[in-house]
Write a protein that binds this ligand. Sequence first.
Ligand code: AR6
Length: 180
Amino acid sequence: MADTSADTFDAGRLEIARGDITRLDVSAIVNAANEALAPGGGVCGAIHRGAGPGLAAACREIGGCPTGEARLTPGFGLRAEFVIHAVGPRWHGGTSGEEHLLAACYTAALELAAGAGVASVAFPAISTGIYGYPLEAATKTAVRTVREFTRTHDEPTRIVFCCFSPADTEVYRRVLAGEA
Ligand code: AR6
């Protein structure tokens, strides 16, 4: 399979990157968080390990975040200046408002990024790991929501979809290219 790690779309404003989100050179990374904002597994675990204990302390101070919303903290030991903790829904079969909640957490994260003057932000595939959201459906919602936001906002100027596996990368590439 071709290496798609440098794929860009929408005149370069949207991008696919592959690998560990904590290694990306962006101003903010989005965490696939839980409502308690507690350190967990998956990408959340990687972000907390990279940031160090200051991040968990900042999250405790915030006290939690409802599903479909997002909260901003510093990045502490991470390369990124900020972490945006977005709480996606658990998948319950698709009839419990999952799509609306997933779109809402992407929009909330982008609003926080724009409000903080963040030029570049990277998203993991929120809800598609431990929370069980089917990848292609989640990707379509993520891409549609991000594109809607970019039509009405000038910032962030660079939005990266960070894919952890080659299979995920291929789904994002097809959805962004309008092939799925
Ligand atoms: N960089 C980029 N993506 C990653 C990384 C990484 N280092 N590690 C995993 N992924 P998940 P969720 C991908 O389970 O489904 C946590 O415990 C992973 O392959 O991290 O929203 C939280 O605290 C998948 O594609 O998040 C919550 O309790 C994507 O990130 C709960 O899991 C999301 O998978 C949230 O579950």
